[in-house]
Ligand binder design. Structure first.
Ligand code: GRF
Length: 192
């Protein structure tokens, strides 16, 4: 990926579907002086995504895109990305799978945060799987997005110990805290 030149920040879009705690965290990171990114666009596939409130709070443009027809949805998104000169896409709890074609158009410029120690537990219910399998460790990963789900090159991971008393809920909470440290660190790693 292109290195940061001078003080120009990488124009970034964050894609969400839910609560948006990672979005909020990325916005806070982006407004730090030394951050390599600025967040210029929020995309959600649903108007019910709670994270959309950060669009108002931080004055960032948002677009809600209906994914009933993926081809049309992605075409619309591409148009917005080009208009806003977006150079990085951060998926943050985005629950739709992007097409091969879309990913190709933004090759090497889409990253995702996933709540497991990839390549373990791709897809959903990662915390449940880790607990049911009596794993000693769990964690989160930031990786490049490729056409194969949760399989692109890993940029960075954070690992935590699973305690005997941990439940799916407590584990999810602890890992989310780590996610908020990991996503900015992974972005710094790409651009510094
Ligand atoms: C996070 O656990 C992330 O790893 C996963 O979806 C969750 C999104 O949480 N992909 P939030 O909406 O950022 O709070």
């Amino acid at each position: 990926m292109k290195k940061l030149i001078g003080l120009k920040k990488i124009k970034t879009a964050v894609f969400i579907s839910g609560k948006g705690s990672n979005l909020k965290n990325l916005i806070k990171f982006s407004i730090k002086k030394n951050s390599p990114i600025s967040i210029n666009l929020i995309i959600s596939n649903t108007r019910y995504a709670k994270g959309l409130k950060y669009s108002i709070k931080y004055n960032i443009q948002k677009k809600i895109i209906n994914f009933k027809n993926k081809k049309i949805a992605e075409k619309k998104i591409l148009k917005f990305l080009l208009t806003k000169k977006i150079n990085l896409i951060c998926l943050a709890g985005f629950m739709k799978i992007l097409s091969k074609n879309f990913i190709k158009k933004f090759k090497g410029k889409i990253i995702n945060i996933h709540p497991s120690l990839l390549p373990k537990y791709k897809g959903l219910n990662t915390h449940k799987k880790a607990i049911e399998n009596n794993d000693k460790f769990a964690g989160c990963s930031v990786h490049f997005v490729t056409a194969k789900l949760d399989s692109g090159k890993i940029i960075m991971q954070k690992k935590i110990k699973i305690l005997k008393r941990d439940t799916i809920y407590s584990l999810a909470k602890k890992i989310l805290k780590k996610e908020h440290l990991l996503y900015p660190a992974a972005i710094n790693k790409i651009y510094n």
